[in-house]
Design a binder for this molecule. Structure first.
Ligand SMILES: Cc1cc2nc3c(=O)[nH]c(=O)nc-3n(C[C@H](O)[C@H](O)[C@H](O)COP(=O)(O)OP(=O)(O)OC[C@H]3O[C@@H](n4cnc5c(N)ncnc54)[C@H](O)[C@@H]3O)c2cc1C
Length: 553
């Protein structure tokens, strides 16, 4: 194991009496990126979140690492070029988490003439997209016949279909990408990580900022962390947090809600992802295959409800289903939906507009004395944003150190030529548990997709508890008992939701299955999380009832 193997989960484990160089508030993708950038420049760092790592927007995205065709269409060329540059960096530093995926654009139109015009318009945009990413990606877009579109999207309505296009982009696991960034900062560079610790008060004294933290899990207690400089990367939480500071940032945040829904793959079979223009609406919907499920989204609506857990409404569900059913002969109904999630885009408010469709997805950074506020941007550009914030932190601290993160591989990454060796190692380990080659191959795939080069370590733990698995757990192939041990011991999971919503993603895709798997692993969960049965039941209930994952039927 690496030098730093545990999160500093209990404050008594961490030496919190020291004055850190940097305190980062918010362990979403932005804060995680800052923690890694700062720690790898040699700064002492404490990363703080009131919930789990990636418990807010960074586990609620569309999971795309992309330039954003829509932004190219609206002329935001530099934004797209930066995102595509970042896409290629992330594919190198986290190849196990940022995987190439083809997107089909079906051309749907009532007339041949409009279909022709549409195809050329898309083609021109995609040439721009290819060019913006050309030096970095070997693949370019291609034109598809109607037959090829149907092969990719078997249930697509064919009456008005006039072929389509296919373009390359990337898919990620947003929560695991964020957690890998945190783990790298922690294990490789010694960053302290305090999850379930909410910043409730800020004291600015003679060049040092004192942050009062309140624990939000377990025994209620408050404690203080001190730092010479602070980065505030609290997403939509910036709105409530910034008034605690002496000086305010020069931007405001407009929360815009987006939801996703998932159905079993057989209800919406997909052989590629797709970017669909809903004919009766100007919006584009992404449809993505994810294991045994297909998910689709998103929406984009102004939101002024509870920032901690934005709800999924029946209107949201109806809107997405109507759009999907217009394009696919899937006849999807609310009863078909097995899971979903809702999140808030922390859009930076530009003066004179409050319509989320018109607000730019660019990020904003505001430096106030020894505090750097950051918000906006995308998951795709988290690393670039983090570099700019850390440059500002270094300037405050008078430190001359350059960012390393462009070439800094995240925990779990491996080179293409190492993959076959990795598979052989895992297979050797799993042979101690099962003689079934099919089972070993399936489990090996599962582990590599989730943990990359860390998979053999997880396989070792799984093998040790193999005989305790119920047939249901083995059949589901979603989460194994050894993974629960590994996720709590080495990946910072502290609650049932951490395990089923973010370290594994099954609760976002199929909540009923997640609950039955949690019950089938109850003993292991109680042991790993050190909780009793009443607390286990409470945590399962909290996961099921959270507005951001509860889909109205
Ligand atoms: C529906 C939707 C789809 C999207 N799809 C994509 C996509 O496909 N690709 C892409 O690149 N981008 C996408 N995005 C954008 C992307 O998800 C966000 O830009 C990114 O995740 C924001 O990360 P963040 O770290 O800034 O915020 P967050 O992830 O929200 O992190 C902020 C953290 O601060 C913590 N916090 C808040 N207040 C406090 C406090 N007082 N004390 C301690 N901690 C606190 C919160 O708990 C939270 O964990 C999407 C966004 C949405 C909503």
């Amino acid at each position: 194991m690496d030098r730093f193997t545990h999160y500093d989960l209990q404050r008594q484990d961490a030496n919190l009496s020291q004055v850190f160089d940097v305190a980062v508030i918010g362990a979403g993708s932005t804060g995680a990126g800052i923690a890694l950038d700062a720690a790898s420049r040699g700064l002492s760092v404490v990363l703080i979140d009131r919930g789990d790592v990636a418990s807010a927007t960074s586990s609620s995205s569309s999971r795309l690492i992309h330039g954003g065709l829509r932004y190219l269409e609206s002329g935001e060329v530099t934004l797209v070029a930066e995102a595509l540059r970042e896409r290629s960096i992330l594919q190198k530093i986290a190849p196990h988490l940022v995987r190439p995926l083809g997107f089909t654009i079906p051309i749907v139109s009532r007339s041949r003439y409009f279909a022709f015009a549409k195809r050329h318009l898309y083609s021109a945009t995609l040439w721009g997209y290819d060019l913006a990413g050309s030096l970095r990606s070997a693949k370019a877009h291609s034109v598809l016949s109607t037959k090829e579109v149907v092969r990719n999207l078997p249930l697509i309505r064919q009456e008005k279909l006039h072929g389509g296009l296919l373009y390359p982009d990337s898919l990620t696991d947003d929560a695991r990408l964020t957690n890998s960034t945190v783990l790298t900062a922690h294990r490789a560079y010694g960053a302290r990580v305090l999850t379930y610790s909410e910043v409730t008060e800020v004291k600015d004294k003679a060049g040092t900022v004192g942050l009062t933290l309140r624990s939000t899990l377990g025994k209620p207690e408050t404690f203080e962390v001190k730092a010479k400089a602070v980065a505030v990367a609290a997403g939509v939480g910036n709105q409530l947090l910034s008034p605690l500071f002496k000086s305010q940032p020069n931007f405001d945040i407009l929360p815009a809600k987006g939801i996703h829904l998932s159905v079993p793959r057989e209800k919406l079979p997909l052989n590629s992802a797709a970017a669909i223009d809903v004919p009766s609406d100007k919006r584009r919907v992404f449809v993505v295959p994810w294991g045994r499920y297909s998910y689709f989204g998103t929406t984009d609506t102004r939101y002024d409800g509870d920032l901690a857990s934005p709800d999924i409404t029946s209107e949201d569900v109806a809107y997405l289903l109507e759009g999907l059913n217009e394009v696919f002969e899937a006849d999807l109904a609310p009863a078909d939906i097995t899971g979903g999630w809702s999140g808030l885009r922390p859009l930076v408010m530009e003066r004179g507009t409050d319509n989320p469709e018109e607000v730019s997805r660019k990020h904003a950074i505001s430096v106030r004395n020894n505090v750097v506020f950051v918000a906006g941007g995308k998951l795709t550009t988290y690393r670039a944003m983090a570099t700019q914030v850390t440059d500002a932190l270094c300037e405050i601290l008078g430190v001359k150190a350059k960012s390393q993160t462009k070439r800094l591989s995240l925990i779990g990454s491996y080179l293409p030529h190492q993959e076959s060796e990795l598979r052989r190692n895992i297979d050797r380990l799993l042979a101690q548990a099962t003689s079934s080659t099919t089972e070993r191959i399936r489990l090996g795939e599962h582990l590599i997709a989730r943990y990359g080069a860390e998979a053999p370590k997880v396989a070792e733990v799984i093998v040790n508890s193999w005989n305790l698995h119920s047939p249901d757990l083995l059949e589901a192939d979603e989460i194994y008992l050894g993974e629960i041990q590994y996720m709590t011991k080495f990946e910072g999971a502290r609650t049932v939701s951490d395990l089923f919503l973010r370290r594994s993603r099954i609760a976002t895709l199929d909540m009923d299955l997640a609950v039955s798997l949690a019950k089938a692993s109850k003993k292991e969960i109680m042991r790993s999380l050190s909780i009793n049965e009443a607390e286990f039941n409470l945590q399962v209930d909290q996961m099921v009832k959270a507005p951001s994952t509860k889909v109205p039927k």
